[in-house]
Design a protein around this ligand. Structure first.
Ligand SMILES: [Zn+2]
Ligand SMILES: [Zn+2]
Length: 143
């Protein structure tokens, strides 16, 4: 159990760092495709350069140096990361997971990772900006 939590924790930290790096002028060419849609759905989760996913996912492997993992443990880690990733790209799941990453697609200078990391590092979207991420849901509530 601790190994699974460690993988998710390390994934989140590296995802934040790698995401900041991908927004630098030098590396943005590998990330701009992911930002083509301002209002993504879960289908857009994996849209991007083929190296982007492996690059951002490497953090989950760091605890493999410390802990042992069964095949089931690895499947659980992959399920958590992929399901959470898809949910945070779709406004229909905002009531479960919030709009933190959806807001990143509207305001790419904020919200690079999990809310606690953005809050800690000062990259949280300031309050008062229009909640554009929810706009498609509000415009088309049947979607
Ligand atoms: Zn995204
Ligand atoms: Zn981004």
């Amino acid at each position: 159990m601790l190994n699974i939590l460690a993988s998710v924790f390390c994934y989140d930290i590296w995802f934040y760092i790698s995401h900041i790096l991908l927004h630098t002028p030098f590396l943005y060419k590998f990330h701009h495709e992911h930002h083509m849609k301002k209002f993504p759905t879960f289908l857009d989760t994996y849209v991007g350069h083929s190296l982007e996913g492996p690059f951002q996912g490497m953090g989950a492997l760091v605890p493999f140096c410390v802990y042992t993992y069964s095949v089931l443990d690895i499947c659980i880690v992959l399920a958590i990361l992929n399901i959470r990733g898809m949910m945070r790209h779709d406004a229909r799941f905002v009531f479960i997971i919030g709009d933190h990453h959806l807001l990143h697609h509207c305001y790419p200078k904020y919200n690079f990772g999990e809310p606690w990391i953005d809050r800690l590092c000062g990259t949280m979207r300031p309050l008062g900006l229009e909640p554009l991420a929810l706009k498609p849901l509000l415009l088309n509530p049947n979607k």
